[in-house]
Design a protein around this ligand. Structure first.
Ligand code: NAD
Length: 711
């Protein structure tokens, strides 16, 4: 089968259909790029060809570049050449003197949209599925196939910068209104008719930017309105990203500089910025983790082999509080029937109301219909009766964080569940193996650790207890994918993976405060490091009392095991603030005073923790906050809490927002260089304590010249 099927009609119009064999989506690899280049020859050389219609034989037009090819680019020159090569044939399409029309269906992203913009006319099949966009920035890249030049010339610089800077999805109606596409069609057949009609009526089209009097919509780089945009845009982008995402500024530079010159020079300018992005460590990190490792996870890299695929039809949830209500919502959204149980009907109803409120809001905004809302709500049955749980294939317990309460509901639920049903706990701190002791079927017992707010957080941490079977793990894994979330799989241990490593970040912030570092310097260091929230504000959000509670529980457990407990140096700060009632956001006061939706640092912090005479450099603070996390993640891998590098990286970014441009907690170490990490960690350990002593696994790998897996 050919990647590109070519049919020439008697009217001289060639219909070229992209259908890459062996792939569910068309991607711009050499198998497809080669015949596309051949099309340019055909247009230029065959006088009997009157026009070209480019379309897809798959459910999507073209998903984008071949990431494997991008990954193989080693030098800036290679990246520049690859980008120019792609552009050359697009340029030949638009300059061939014959009409070229693209019919866009489904996903039309990245390189797909760049090719489409090089056609004289774009018609979108508007069946609700069409999504256009240039998402390269999300992988630390810029659109290097002419995207940063054609899009601003079609829709204006401001709109183009917004779409490319955010990597936004663009729907059919927006694409039409902005001028990105020319026409919508109700079906693929109608699009074909429209394309033929347009070709017949426009035998010699010229692209707007090749016309002598071309003007950018909304002004070019020299116009006052745009000058204003460029005078504040780069600083706004840098302020938002703390300079950690160079692709953002490269996109702006490419658009601006491209607007000062002719189109062909502009394409070269773009390729130079593309090359800078393609070989940047940020894009290598982002592609390694958020492309390769994430795709690997979604394809089941951490799912036990040989287990049959499963689907949950009926789900039971115990506890209709904040977490239970959220889990009910995301599960019903995936079409699963949900029984939501609490101790009173009122509490159970309140849990269901959470979904009702969300859907009512969506209805008001026109994002759903009354029928769809009612159908989804009908899937959730609030109850107090355990008999209603009969027939559930999965049960998730989200009652109070209390061993006795959890044990009691486990027993009650198991009495009505079929033998094969899986029982999951959403505990955030209690070891799964211990909780499974209350179960008659510990092989069916597993941890499914959701994050709050359940709707928004993409991760579920699956915890494997000592006796959890592979079948149970596979079924938990399948359920997480079924509700559209990303699973990581970890072995049972205190704090599992995410809470344990996340804790080192906030606690390091507290230790810095204790040492007399200015609280504002600590907070800024967190943001400069690329974390979504600074440590003190984050501790306020999760509450200081919870921090004390976890520390206490850890101390008790360790002492019961006959082990010594050495608290973190930040712990006294937690206790001190709790003692004076500053327990965090929920009380309106912690490290910050929280009022009217805003927050200000508590002025008295300086009295409690007087400023040290000498303040450390920001670099020192950033290193402490990041090394604390990366080193702890390495320890988790060393101890077997983590089962894979991919889970470590994805879990850190999706679980607690570990700086994405670093590629995750273990990729951070790769990026720093293992020998360099070991040396710096030793320096930090000498100055600030043993917690920074490099994990043995890193020391050993550094000695052997190894790195953590990057794909
Ligand atoms: P919550 O207090 O909001 O809800 C708990 C619910 O369980 C309440 O509605 C309560 O009435 C109900 N409940 C208590 N005893 C029960 C019983 N015997 N039978 C049936 N229902 C009972 O708590 P939450 O924040 O939703 O947390 C629930 C669980 O999820 C805890 O184990 C917690 O550690 C875990 N968790 C919480 C978060 C978070 O951010 N809040 C994140 C991850 C995990």
């Amino acid at each position: 089968m050919n990647a590109l099927q070519i049919d020439k009609g008697e009217d001289g119009i060639v219909v070229a259909t992209m259908d890459l064999p062996g792939h569910s989506m068309n991607i711009l690899n050499e198998t497809l790029a080669a015949p596309l280049r051949g099309l340019a020859d055909l247009l230029e050389q065959d006088a009997s060809v009157k026009g070209l219609i480019l379309r897809s034989g798959k459910k999507d037009f073209l998903a984008g570049a071949d990431i494997d090819r991008l990954r193989a680019l080693k030098t800036a020159q290679e990246a520049f050449d690859a980008s120019m090569e792609l552009k050359r044939f697009i340029r030949r399409f638009e300059r061939c003197g014959k009409p070229v029309v693209a019919i866009l269906n489904g996903q039309c992203k990245g390189g797909g949209l760049e090719i489409a913009m090089g056609c004289h006319r774009r018609i979108v099949v508007d069946d609700g599925r069409a999504r256009l966009g240039l998402p390269e920035v999300k992988l630390g890249l810029l659109p290097g196939g002419g995207g940063t030049q054609r899009m601003p010339r079609l829709v204006g610089m401001q709109q183009a910068l917004q779409w490319m800077g955010e990597g936004s999805d663009i729907k059919a109606a927006q694409a039409l209104a902005s001028g990105l596409v020319n026409e919508l069609a109700a079906s693929a057949d109608e699009a074909l008719l429209k394309a033929r009609a347009w070709i017949a009526a426009n035998p010699k089209p010229v692209q707007p930017w090749d016309a002598p009097k071309f003007r950018y919509p909304g002004g070019d780089s020299r116009s006052p309105a745009v000058a204003q945009l460029f005078s504040i845009g780069p600083s706004m982008a840098a302020a938002k990203s703390w300079g950690n995402y160079p692709a953002l500024t490269h996109i702006m530079s490419s658009v601006f500089e491209g607007g000062l010159t002719d189109f062909d020079r502009a394409l070269e300018i773009e390729s130079r910025y593309f090359a800078a992005c393609a070989i940047s460590p940020e894009s290598r990190n982002l592609i390694g983790t958020l492309w390769y490792q994430l795709n690997g996870i979604k394809k089941g890299a951490s799912r036990p082999a040989g287990q049959p695929q499963s689907k949950v039809k009926k789900l039971g949830i115990l506890g209709a509080g904040m977490m239970g209500a959220g889990i009910a919502h995301v599960s019903a959204k995936a079409g699963i029937e949900v029984v939501l149980l609490d101790t009173t009907q009122e509490a159970a109803d309140k849990g269901k109301r959470y979904t009702q409120d969300i859907l009512d809001k969506a209805l008001k905004k026109g994002r759903t219909t009354a029928d769809k809302r009612d159908a989804l709500l009908a899937l959730i049955t609030p109850t107090t009766n355990y008999d209603d749980l009969a027939g559930c294939d999965l049960l998730i317990e989200a009652v109070f964080e209390d061993r006795a309460v959890k044990a009691e509901v486990t027993k009650k639920a198991e009495a009505v569940l079929a033998n094969g049903a899986v029982f999951a706990s959403n505990t955030s701190t209690l070891p799964i193996t211990g909780l499974a002791q209350a179960s008659q079927r510990p092989a069916n017992f597993i941890g499914l650790h959701f994050f709050s707010p359940v709707d928004k957080m993409p991760l579920v941490e699956i915890i494997v207890g000592k006796e959890t079977s592979d079948e149970t793990l596979a079924r938990g894994f399948d359920y997480v994918l079924q509700i559209g979330k990303t699973p990581i799989v970890v072995n049972d241990s205190r704090g599992f993976y995410t809470s344990r490593v996340f804790g080192t970040y906030v606690m390091e912030g507290l230790a810095l405060l204790q040492e007399g570092v200015h609280p504002r310097a600590i907070e800024v260091a967190g943001l400069q490091a690329g974390m979504p929230m600074p440590p003190l504000a984050l501790q306020d959000e999760v509450s200081l009392s919870l921090g004390v509670h976890v520390a206490e529980q850890t101390r008790k457990d360790l002492e019961a095991e006959g082990k010594a407990y050495t608290g973190h140096p930040g712990e006294p700060v937690l206790r001190q603030l709790c003692e004076i009632g500053r327990v965090g956001k929920k009380a309106g006061k912690g490290f910050y005073d929280w009022a009217d939706g805003g927050k200000t640092l508590w002025p008295e912090l300086g009295t409690l923790y007087p400023l040290a005479a000498e303040q450390p450099a920001q670099r020192e603070l950033i290193d402490r906050l990041m090394f604390a996390q990366a080193n702890e993640a390495a320890r988790c891998l060393q101890e077997g809490v983590l089962r894979s590098v991919a889970d470590a990286n994805i879990g850190s970014i999706f679980g607690w927002g570990f700086a994405p441009f670093q590629g995750g907690a273990l990729q951070f170490i790769n990026s720093y260089g293992l020998p360099e990490f070991v040396a710096r960690a030793r320096e930090l350990a000498a100055a600030h304590g043993e917690r920074f002593a490099p994990a043995q696994i890193v020391v050993d790998m550094a000695a052997r010249g190894e790195r953590f897996a990057e794909q």
